[in-house]
Design a protein around this ligand. Structure first.
Ligand code: DP6
Length: 320
C-alpha cells in the first residue's frame, strides 16, 4: 500500500477553451491561455492498494458519477491497477466559479502517478490531467500558461507550456461572486451543445490562435491593456457562441453585467483592468497588484463575496 499526497491550484482562462474536437480525450477545438492562482488549492491523497475504490470529496463520499469519473481516470494511469482510496479537499468555495475540476484533476494526476510508481514529466502529466478535465492540464504548471491545441489524434501534443512564471508580473485576479447557484449545464455538456448547434462557434475557433498569440505577446511585454483586450474578445466570442447555442446557454445573471459595467467605468477612468467570465455568472477581473484594493472596493457592493488572488505555482508533492 502506497500513500501519496499532491496539491494543485485552480487556473482561470484569459483566452478561453470552449469546444472539443475529441470529447473522450478532451482534445480542444482551440488553444487557450490561463493564469494559475495562488491561495486557492486542492489537496489530494491517493492510497494505492486498498479493498475497493472509494472517493472522498471535501469530507463527503463522492456520488456514483463523481466516483466513476475518478475511477476511469485512475484506469488511465494504470489499467491493471489495484483498488484505490482517493481523498480530496479544496479550500475554496465551489461558488467562486473557479473551475475546481482544474485543480482537482491536476492534483489527482500527480498523486496517482507517483502512487502507481509511474512518475511523469510535466508535459506527460499535463496530457494525463487533460483527460480528467481539459482545464486541469493548465494547472500542472504555474504562472501564465498556454495549452497548445495539438494536432495528433492521440492527444500527445495537446498539453500546457509555461509562458511566464508566477513572479514575472505583479497581477491580481479579483473574483466577484454574484450568484452562488450551481450551474444548470456542465462545461462538457455545454461545449457539446455549442459545437453541435451554434452558428457563432466557428468564428470563435477561427479567432482563437491569433488571440492566444496576442495574449502571449502581452504577457511577455507586461502589457496589461493588450492582455485585457485579448481576454475580453475571447470571452465575448465564447459567450456569443454560448448564447447562440440551441437552446441558448445563458450563464450570465443581471449581476454579471453590473460588474462588467463597473469594470469598464474603471477603465474609462484610466485604470488598466479587464473582465472575464466562464460557464457561470461570476466575474473575474484582472488588474495590477497596486490597483487590486480599489477594484475590490468598487466591486464589493455588487457582489455576494469577493476574493483577490495572485499568480501561483504549479502542482507539487506534499511531503508527509
Ligand atoms: C469556460 O475544463 O471544466 O472554464 O474539459 O469538459 O472538464 P471539461 O471542461 P472544463 O472547461 C472549462 C471551460 C471554461 C473556459 C476555460 O477554462 O478555458
Amino acid at each position: 500500500m502506497v500513500r501519496v499526497t499532491a496539491r494543485a491550484h485552480p487556473n482561470i482562462a484569459l483566452v478561453k477553451y470552449w469546444g472539443k474536437r475529441d470529447p473522450v480525450l478532451n482534445l480542444p477545438a482551440v488553444p487557450s491561455l490561463s493564469v494559475t492562482l495562488d491561495g486557492f488549492q486542492t489537496t489530494t491523497t491517493v492510497t494505492w492498494g486498498v479493498g475497493e475504490d472509494r472517493v472522498w470529496l471535501d469530507g463527503r463520499e463522492a456520488t456514483p458519477p463523481e466516483a466513476r469519473r475518478v475511477s476511469v481516470f485512475l484506469d488511465r494511469v494504470a489499467p491493471e491497477r489495484p483498488p484505490c482510496l482517493v481523498e480530496s479537499a479544496s479550500n475554496f468555495p465551489s461558488s467562486a466559479g473557479l473551475a475546481s475540476s482544474s485543480s482537482a484533476f491536476a492534483a489527482l494526476a500527480l498523486a496517482a502517478t507517483r502512487a502507481a510508481g509511474r512518475p511523469m514529466d510535466p508535459f506527460a502529466l499535463s496530457v494525463l490531467a487533460r483527460q480528467g478535465s481539459g482545464s486541469a492540464c493548465r494547472s500542472i504548471l504555474g504562472g501564465f500558461v498556454e495549452w497548445r491545441r495539438g494536432e495528433r489524434m492521440d492527444g500527445s501534443d495537446s498539453h500546457a507550456v509555461q509562458v511566464a512564471p508566477p513572479g514575472a508580473w505583479d497581477l491580481r485576479v479579483v473574483v466577484a461572486v454574484v450568484s452562488r447557484g450551481a450551474k444548470a449545464v456542465s462545461s462538457s455538456e455545454g461545449m457539446a451543445r455549442t459545437v453541435a448547434t451554434s452558428p457563432c462557434h466557428a468564428a470563435f475557433v477561427a479567432d482563437a490562435p491569433a488571440e492566444v498569440e496576442r495574449a502571449r505577446a502581452a504577457v511577455l511585454a507586461r502589457d496589461l491593456p493588450a492582455l485585457c483586450a485579448a481576454m475580453e474578445r475571447s470571452t465575448l466570442g465564447m459567450v456569443a457562441s454560448m448564447l447562440t447555442t440551441r437552446p441558448s446557454l445563458r450563464y450570465w445573471k443581471p449581476g454579471t453585467l453590473a460588474v462588467v459595467e463597473q469594470v469598464e467605468r474603471l477603465r474609462s477612468e484610466g485604470i488598466p483592468v479587464g473582465w472575464t467570465t466562464d460557464a457561470g455568472p461570476n466575474v473575474k477581473v484582472l488588474c495590477e497588484g497596486g490597483h487590486a484594493a480599489e477594484v475590490e472596493a468598487v466591486l464589493a457592493p455588487l457582489a455576494l463575496e469577493t476574493h483577490v488572488l495572485s499568480p501561483g505555482p504549479g502542482a507539487s508533492w506534499v511531503v508527509s
